[in-house]
Design a protein around this ligand. Structure first.
Ligand SMILES: CC1=C(CCC(=O)O)c2cc3nc(cc4[nH]c(cc5[nH]c(cc1n2)c(C)c5CCC(=O)O)c(CCC(=O)O)c4C)C(CCC(=O)O)=C3C
Ligand SMILES: [Fe+2]
Length: 375
């Protein structure tokens, strides 16, 4: 077998995700898990619960992760990468702590984690590292010997993530009526977060002005817009906009919201808009509700033709990208050379989050970073 497919020192890959309800009875307990200890207004929770009830109380996220696990296992098997893949969530079964128990039971000693968020932010990176630390603490308190846990670098600019997004935009453009296709604007969307969280996202030297969170999204948006221009020969206006805002109204979050943006584009004379959810790795409830339901209704009201381009999901190129990222990290951890692959202007992200990366408002132990209490 070729040396390039050696995952040493790792003996397991852990897919770490958000989790979602899988039936009407799950919705309220799920939302209680999500918002434990955080000041989400009750009104917002009722509203979010409604979004889930509209879809039978089922979030698509768990099935999307199951499909992605299948794609990863298939890719690894086909390429002779012998690395078992586990799955654990922050807010719903399979819970991360139970998955860590499985890893210990199976004798895994060195685990590499893939979080389902591609970008730097407290919610998308450090909070997952806190989840890992909490699960490790629980097992240690039970007297178990825990594995060493690392986390893969942010993959937002990996070609295996970006190219499927480009294809999705091209498909959405092709799906628009011909008379509005060339004039269509691109609206790249991601999860809004408090501006204070955006400004402190990523390593300390990138703080300020939207931080790594905004810069990473802009980098992806630019690469996609450039590729779409090269492919179609049409230069389209594009912008990064936000969705799924929550929190108290007096706290500033990233803006503009996609619905306001559609209104503004319509008023500016845009004949059509393609919404490109680069902030979401698969069709989460945010995509199904906030874009396909709410923003689509806004567009219909305006008489503005819109399309929503596909998320990456279980695209085989994304599974191959994860294989590439695993082998790259494994090579570096064992002192072998590895050339990290990245599109755009920012270059490959760090392997190890430095101290002060995406700080929490209330500091908590976080694993798999320079400030981890776990070696
Ligand atoms: C950056 C980011 C990601 C991307 C990174 C990642 O992928 O992890 C993400 C993912 C997700 N967020 C999700 C759901 C929710 N997020 C909430 C709340 C919040 N998200 C925030 C940010 C993010 N969130 C923030 C700053 C809040 C408010 C404070 C807080 O609570 O931290 C709330 C509470 C109600 C509300 O405020 O909307 C819910 C129900 C689901 C599951 C969807 C499904 O079921 O398909 C997923 C994948
Ligand atoms: Fe969220």
């Amino acid at each position: 077998m070729s040396e390039a497919l050696d995952p040493t020192p790792y003996d397991a890959l852990l897919l770490l995700s958000f989790g979602g309800p899988e039936g009407p009875d799950d919705v309220v307990p799920f939302l209680e898990n999500v918002t434990r200890g955080r000041g989400i207004p009750k009104e917002r929770l009722k509203e979010v619960g409604q979004h889930y009830f509209l879809f039978g109380g089922v979030s698509p996220i768990n099935d999307q992760n199951r499909t992605f696990l299948d794609a990863l296992r298939k890719d690894f098997a086909e390429h002779g990468l012998d690395l078992p893949v586990y799955w654990g969530n922050r807010n719903w079964a399979p819970y991360l702590t139970d998955t860590l128990r499985d890893l210990v039971r199976d004798g895994r000693r060195r685990v590499l984690t893939l979080a389902t968020s591609a970008y730097a932010s407290y919610s998308g990176c450090r909070q997952y590292r806190e989840d890992l630390a909490a699960a490790l603490a629980t097992l240690r308190a039970e007297g178990q010997e825990t594995p060493r846990v690392d986390k893969l670098r942010h993959y937002f600019n990996h070609p295996g993530f970006v190219r499927p997004v480009i294809d999705g935009v091209l498909e959405s453009l092709a799906d628009l009526p011909e008379e509005v296709r060339d004039g269509a604007h691109l609206a790249f969307t991601t999860h809004s977060i408090p501006t204070a969280a955006a400004d402190t996202s990523g390593p300390a030297e990138t703080h300020g002005d939207g931080g790594a969170y905004v810069r990473q999204h802009l980098d992806v948006a630019r690469v996609v817009a450039d590729a779409v221009r090269a492919e179609t020969g049409v230069d389209r206006p594009w912008q990064l906009v936000y969705q799924s805002r929550s929190g108290a109204p007096h706290i500033p979050w990233l803006e503009p919201d996609i619905c306001d943006h559609l209104e503004e584009r319509h008023a500016a004379g845009a004949p059509a808009v393609v919404m490109v959810p680069i902030g979401f790795v698969s069709d989460h409830m945010e995509v199904l509700y906030d874009l396909d339901t709410e923003a689509a209704a806004k567009a219909a009201e305006l008489g503005l033709p819109v399309r929503r381009s596909a998320t990456v999901g279980a695209d085989p190129r994304f599974a191959a990208a994860v294989r590439d990222l695993v082998l790259e990290r494994a090579a570096r951890e064992s002192g072998r050379g590895a050339t990290p692959c990245a599109l755009g202007a920012l270059g490959p992200s760090h392997d190890l989050c430095p101290v002060g990366c995406c700080p929490a408002r209330t500091p908590k132990p976080a694993a798999a970073g320079a400030d981890s209490p776990y070696p």
